[in-house]
Design a protein around this ligand. Structure first.
Ligand code: SAM
Length: 317
């Protein structure tokens, strides 16, 4: 038996284990950045805009559930370091289960929750929380982690679902985890890149990639877009440098039907912004979250960045 050179072995390993471990390793390594440094970032407004979008979306679906019941339970699928914890606190939910493939992120998310809890004033409400490290494209959360009591009103999957479209089995398992434990009338909400926009830009480019000095997207080739495993490398300054997969939304919609789901709505970020900004509260939140360039107004189109391309890379849900 020939001792394999690690270089030889690498491609086989990726094939065997999929890209999940690479994704987990990447997110585990991301450093948490303080507020001051974050405000100097070139993607400060983009990041804030994404956060505003998630806040409005999450708030809207909490309100929808609250019309029917008061004790709301939520699954945050791909919770990362807990970027949405405050949104759940503001929504006064009862219980949150956070899960992510990256173990260090899950630990940081838990720590963030503990800190939040410790800062709570007397009588201030905070939800109960549980934290689970799992690959939601491969592990069935309810059985592997022995949490049969799991029953959610909302599953929130923010900027995560595209990692599952490596194979049909993975995409279906993530859907099962997202929708399989929803109570009747529950919601699966999320944000994911807009594949139509990605392919349009790729086709318009002379090479296999496109982007600007803040982000880049690189495909292996043009012209062939398989339904699963259509990988591209996404780089965004300070945040992501990992393989992602195109999600063909009509297929996702069909697959979700199998799990008893019905589409409520799907919008691009721009459409969502244009609709939600009509509401005064959302408009004020946008200002408070500094999701607009300081010199821009609501009337013009400078939403996130002075580089229209950054905004155009907006993700779709
Ligand atoms: N949802 C968080 C947010 O909006 O701040 C984090 C989003 S981050 C862009 C993507 C997250 O998806 C990472 O934390 C990553 O570890 C997680 N993820 C990727 N593949 C996953 C999988 N197979 N199972 C669970 N989580 C996964």
């Amino acid at each position: 038996k020939r001792k394999l050179d690690p270089e030889d072995e690498a491609p086989r390993k990726i094939h065997e284990i999929g890209h999940g471990q690479a994704v987990a390793a990447h997110y585990n390594e991301l450093q948490e950045v303080g507020l001051e440094k974050r405000s100097q970032s070139r993607i400060f407004y983009l990041r804030n805009f994404n956060n505003w979008t998630k806040s409005v979306l999450i708030g809207e679906f909490i309100d929808r559930v609250r019309r029917k019941k008061s004790d709301i339970t939520v699954l945050d699928l791909g919770c990362g370091k807990g970027g949405d914890l405050l949104k759940w606190k503001k929504g006064r939910i009862k219980k949150l289960v956070c899960t992510d493939i990256a173990d260090i992120s899950v630990q940081q998310c838990k720590q963030r929750y503990e800190d939040m809890k410790a800062r709570c004033r007397y009588n201030e409400h905070i939800f109960d929380a549980e934290f689970i490290q799992a690959d939601s494209t491969k592990d069935l959360l309810s059985s592997k982690y022995n949490v049969p009591h799991m029953c959610f009103d909302i599953c929130s999957c923010q900027f995560v679902y595209h990692y599952s479209f490596e194979t049909y089995e993975q995409a279906d398992m993530m859907l099962k985890n997202a929708c399989g434990n929803l109570s009747p009338g529950g919601y699966f909400i999320g944000t994911t890149p807009n594949s139509f926009e990605l392919v349009k830009r790729l086709e318009a480019s002379e090479t296999n990639s496109f982007g600007n000095d803040v982000y880049s997207v690189k495909f292996e080739k043009k012209g062939e877009y398989p339904l699963f495993g259509c990988k591209y490398d996404f780089h965004l300054e300070e945040v992501v440098d990992v393989p992602e997969f195109l999600v063909y939304f009509p297929l996702l919609e069909q697959m979700a039907k199998k799990h008893g789901m019905k589409l409520v709505y799907k919008m691009t970020f721009r459409e969502f912004y244009e609709e939600k900004i009509k509401n005064e509260e959302h408009k004020m939140l946008l200002r408070r979250m500094q999701a607009l360039e300081p010199y821009s107004t609501f009337g013009d189109s400078k939403l996130v960045s002075d580089k229209p391309d950054d905004y155009e890379h907006a993700k779709e849900f």
